[in-house]
Design a protein around this ligand. Structure first.
Ligand code: CMP
Length: 157
């Protein structure tokens, strides 16, 4: 849905943790006017990955992807903002870092399709499903960020 406040899920993948760029990446979202409303670090399990990557079942890259996603902890973050699903997808850039334009997270930080730094939900339906896999309702917060009106057009918040 356009012009509505939404929530989306990002996963800072093991390569982000290993390279120490988690803070830099989250900083981009905060500076864009997007609110962090949930965050946790976990070690992925097969159960969680099978749920999260259900649409990739049977794909050739899935076993390698799962091994990679279990190699170190990941940081799960729920982001909130206007049209945030699409905005965050655009900020992440195309899946393959080699094809991602400069200015996007994958374009600025990576050259890989599998170690591609960050996951973001594809659409609103996926966002709701994915947030539900990793977060309980009481782990998602509602709070006022006093600067937030500077980022949005009048009347949108
Ligand atoms: P992500 O946004 O987590 O969604 C699915 C992931 O599968 C994707 O990022 C990539 O890390 C991975 N992926 C997609 N296509 C390929 C591919 N052809 N080879 C390896 N990994 C892939």
């Amino acid at each position: 849905m356009a012009n509505s406040f939404q929530k989306t899920l990002v996963i800072l993948k093991p390569d982000s943790i290993h390279r120490g760029i988690v803070g830099e990446i989250l900083d981009r979202f905060e500076q864009k006017g997007i609110k962090i409303v949930g965050a946790k670090m976990i070690k992925m399990t097969d159960l969680l990955l099978d749920k999260h990557y259900a649409q990739h079942k049977g794909k050739h890259f899935l076993p390698r992807l799962k091994k990679f996603m279990k190699s170190l902890p990941v940081v799960l973050v729920v982001l909130e903002g206007l049209d945030v699903v699409r905005v965050v997808r655009n900020m992440c850039g195309p899946t393959d870092g080699k094809n991602a334009p400069p200015g996007t997270i994958r374009g600025d930080y990576g050259m890989s399709i599998s170690a591609n730094i960050i996951h973001s939900s594809e659409d609103l339906k996926a966002a709701k499903r994915e947030i539900g896999i990793f977060f309980n309702k009481n782990e998602i917060f509602s709070y006022l960020r006093p600067d937030i009106h500077f980022y949005y057009d009048d009347g949108e918040i």
